[in-house]
Write a protein that binds this ligand. Structure first.
Ligand code: FES
Ligand code: FES
Length: 487
């Protein structure tokens, strides 16, 4: 089956298994070895490439971890590796672009293994952001780890680049003039437009989609794939032998809109899409603060809502986030649709109510209004770029000081993502004060049954959830409770 895309300045028609990850394809088939294989789990960033997609006649680039991104997902897109940023398209001569030059000047590369990932990420920042500053530039490299040079020289290089090119225009022509990208970029919009004229499903008889939604049994399974950032960590070998439906290639599943106060988003909406959506960020306070706890920039650029919810992990961050918004998911078999409240969706460990013939179409939730308060808390071994040990979200609303609506989610404390039903029932209709908060936390402790695993013992997780629930109330209502009253 054929996958048509542009790789740097080359038009590619790849007749290969679409479940091969981009990293393996570019290194083994195209011999572009600048992109490195480190962890192959989305943790180190050595494999970072950019994927550009045509949207409203403009190419939007995002950094992704190529070690987890199936080739089927780049059909009709532009893939840029470190080689694709050299000014003359060759990595042999001294034809470094302006960002590469600054890395050289600041000694920001020692063994060089991590360097392509940092450079691709920073180049991506310049390609996609009109308003640039040092903080944004550093954030754009957050999925990359350097083990030998140290990060200070890399930050100095980023500082130099920002000082020199902060105000460079965002048009491709301006970036080329500043020697930030090579000249062939000027041709990409037109070439992708032509590519789009081909049916996107030309990726063969195995239809494609990736977001962790599995149908059937191993061997004869159909995997619905969104970003692949979980499936290609957990079961890459199985993916190679399975039928895959690449949901990212179905444009109707990629949308965010608000209709009559209800936010609706397609199952292939990524975490980055949520963050950049004016509809959502304008409606939910502190959204950026919560979302930054979900993975790294490249993971947020590829991980989809549908994948996170349907892999059924008890510690899915987006699952806990949306459950606290009392969301409803919409399933479809391609013809009919049915709605299930997210809090009722899970039937057992990684088990859901989805039938084998269905996949997730979208998720919906009522935009909070009035005197609402929302908070999300998460504890993991490190604050950022890590999987949760325990996570929880809360939405609470009042009428005349009485709780009129409340929803609380808890992840990592049960076999499934958990809606704290009894706790919610207790608090609904009550006034919030020190007594009711303490009672609620005691009820929550009785609702959970965590297991001991690599992320902590059962007792540790019980303690974590208790502290995080108190953290919700201390954060949202400091006038009603303080830390010393919770010990
Ligand atoms: Fe480490 Fe891909 S190889 S993130
Ligand atoms: Fe060696 Fe970064 S330069 S790991």
């Amino acid at each position: 089956m054929e996958i048509n895309f542009i790789l740097n300045n080359e038009s590619i028609t790849a007749d290969v298994n679409p479940a091969i990850v981009v990293l393996d394809y570019i290194r083994k088939n195209e011999h572009l070895t600048g992109t490195k294989e480190g962890c192959k789990e989305g943790d180190c960033g050595a494999c970072t490439v950019l994927v550009g997609e045509l949207k409203d006649d403009k190419v939007i680039y995002k950094s992704i971890n190529s070690c987890l991104y199936p080739l089927g997902n780049v059909n009709g897109k532009h893939v840029v590796t470190i080689e694709g940023f050299n000014l003359e398209g060759s990595s042999v001569d001294r034809n470094l672009n302006s960002i590469q030059e600054e890395f050289l000047i600041e000694g920001a590369s020692q063994c060089g293994f991590c360097t392509p990932g940092f450079l691709v990420s920073l180049n991506g920042y310049f390609l996609t952001n009109e308003n640039r500053d040092l903080e944004g530039a550093i954030d754009s490299m957050d999925g990359n780890i350097c083990r030998c040079t140290g990060h200070n020289s890399i930050i100095r290089a980023a500082e130099n680049v920002i000082t020199k090119f902060k105000n460079t225009g965002s048009s491709v022509a301006s970036l080329i003039e500043a020697k930030l990208i090579p000249e062939y970029f000027i041709t990409i919009t037109e070439r992708l437009t032509k590519l789009k004229a081909f049916p996107r499903g030309s990726v063969g008889t195995r239809s494609f989609e990736s977001n962790g939604q599995t149908n059937g049994n191993a061997g004869g399974s159909t995997f619905y794939v969104g970003g692949g950032s979980d499936l290609f960590v957990q079961k890459p070998e199985l993916m190679i032998d399975s039928n895959i439906k690449f949901l990212n290639n179905i444009p109707e599943l990629s949308f965010v809109k608000v209709v009559d106060g209800i936010c609706k988003m397609g199952s292939t909406t990524t975490v980055t899409d949520i963050l950049s959506s004016k509809e959502i960020s304008g409606s939910l306070k502190d959204l950026k603060k919560f979302i930054e706890l979900f993975g790294s920039t490249p993971i947020r650029n590829s991980a989809t809502v549908g994948g996170n919810i349907n892999n059924g992990s008890p510690i899915g961050d987006m699952t806990a986030f949306f459950m606290a918004l009392n969301s409803t998911i919409v399933l479809t078999n391609g013809m009919e649709f049915r709605r299930i409240p997210l809090k009722e969706y899970y039937t057992g460990y990684k088990q859901t109510q989805k039938k084998p013939s269905e996949y997730m179409h979208s998720i919906e939730f009522k935009i909070p209004t009035g005197n609402y308060h929302y908070n999300f808390e998460k504890v993991s071994k490190r604050t950022f770029l890590d999987i949760a040990s325990v996570n929880t979200g809360i939405l609470i609303n009042f009428e005349d000081k009485i709780i009129s609506e409340i929803h609380i989610s808890a992840g990592g404390v049960f076999a499934t993502p958990l809606y704290l039903k009894n706790t919610v029932e207790y608090l609904t209709g009550k006034e919030l004060n020190l007594f009711t908060i303490k009672e609620a936390v005691s009820i929550a402790e009785m609702e959970i049954a965590p297991i001991s695993d690599a992320r902590g013992s059962s007792d540790y997780k019980k303690l974590l959830l208790k502290r995080l629930l108190f953290a919700h109330f201390i954060t949202l209502f400091p006038e009603k409770i303080n830390v010393s009253e919770t010990i």
